[in-house]
Write a new protein. Structure first.
Lengths: 238, 238
């Protein structure tokens, strides 16, 4: 019998678990979740709470293989090695325990999430359940539409922001930020958010030149409160 | 006392109503919904079903003002007139009936939805609840991530597809299609879907040159089955 693996987007917590996600969580024999070194990982705690509320399947914690944070000579190779270590860890967890499996995905599996790439090639029957994503919650909190009437929105990463602006993009959602490189964009407008729907939630909006310091301070405060920070923003040309 | 107006994304139906959306629906005195000429509007029927399942508040149907479909000499003015007629119709409905109001939004209020623009300027206290959007469900059904590793995704409309491709975009989500203009893109890959999560759901994926006719046939079949069709696709350069 083919095993089933359900990839389940749960948004930012129990408040976003759709009926079809709840049904998926209830249907599996267990959930697997990657976790950093210690079991006090606050992101793991949210997954555990989601599981508890929806049928309480066991959560099997898979230690996330360490990633070489030094600047390796061969960056793509380092990323590939890390990916392969994660695939091996996941495969090991699945071999140890029979039954149907669920993987809880923060936000939505379709945006900047590695789960679908990790399970590619496993001998399982996959289905995917969508979840509320961070850009949607950012827009909801700021009560905005992500684009001007009939116009596009370009979704990219902090790493690629400069490249997109240079190519003429004037309305961008920027995810996966490590810093906040907004030099020269003083007259653009920003709608920023951190830890949306979770501990440390913070929002700032305004002209970049006016609110940049507020954003940096709010980012630090969110990290201090929650122990982690994930932020994103909409950036629009004047 | 300030009235509350809650803008509630409900995804594609009851299966996507998050706990916070359900709470919002239960909290209002009534819902308003725009409807085309007749009350047999199948899109209205889905909203009515969502309401019925979550506390069953009354649904006040606001006839959608007719839009001039002829090619007016002044297109922007015609759009503006239509927008103002809708604002007036909504304002009228709110004046007739006191209490807190909810507006159910198909998909998510942050993408190609006019609700937030319609209520701008009303004397109400607004909040917004996100919902599962069509691009997320498209990705879930096809079991894909919407972009290559760390790369951007450009979200735009059928009208602006050509412009985006000419500007070098090579990974696009295209919404609000009326036709399907893919000439010259034979070697691109497409992941297409129609009426996702609803009657007439259809999926096609492949090389554009190989599957274009399948997409057109599936689009017609979806429309024949449901009485309406809404489609979208991810398009990726070779």
């Amino acid at each position: 019998m083919t095993r089933r693996l359900r990839v389940i987007g749960f948004g930012m917590g129990p408040q976003h678990v759709t009926p079809e996600a709840a049904e998926a969580i209830r249907s599996v024999d267990y959930l697997v979740a990657f976790a950093k070194g210690d079991r006090d990982d606050p992101l793991l705690a949210v997954r555990a709470e989601v599981a508890r509320r929806y049928g309480d399947p066991p959560v099997v914690v898979v230690p996330d293989p360490p990633r070489d944070r030094a600047d390796p000579a061969d960056y793509p190779a380092a990323v590939r090695d890390w990916h392969e270590a994660r695939v091996a860890a996941l495969r090991g967890a699945l071999e140890e325990r029979p039954g149907d499996v669920g993987i809880l995905v923060w936000g939505d599996p379709s945006l900047y999430d590695s789960t679908l790439r990790l399970i590619d090639g496993l001998d399982v029957e996959v289905d995917v359940v969508p979840g509320i994503s961070a850009p949607q919650l950012l827009a909801a909190r700021h009560q905005i539409v992500l684009h001007e009437v009939g116009a596009p929105v370009h979704v990219t990463t902090g790493r690629r922001l400069r490249e997109a602006v240079a190519a003429g993009q004037d309305n961008l959602v920027v995810m996966l930020n490590s810093g906040l490189d907004l030099d020269g964009l003083d007259d653009w407008r920003i709608w920023w958010g951190a830890n949306l729907g979770a501990a440390g939630e913070a929002l700032v909006a305004g002209r970049v030149g006016d609110v940049r310091d507020d954003v940096l301070a709010a980012r630090d405060a969110a990290k201090a409160e929650a122990g982690w920070v994930m932020d994103l923003f909409l950036l629009r040309a004047p």
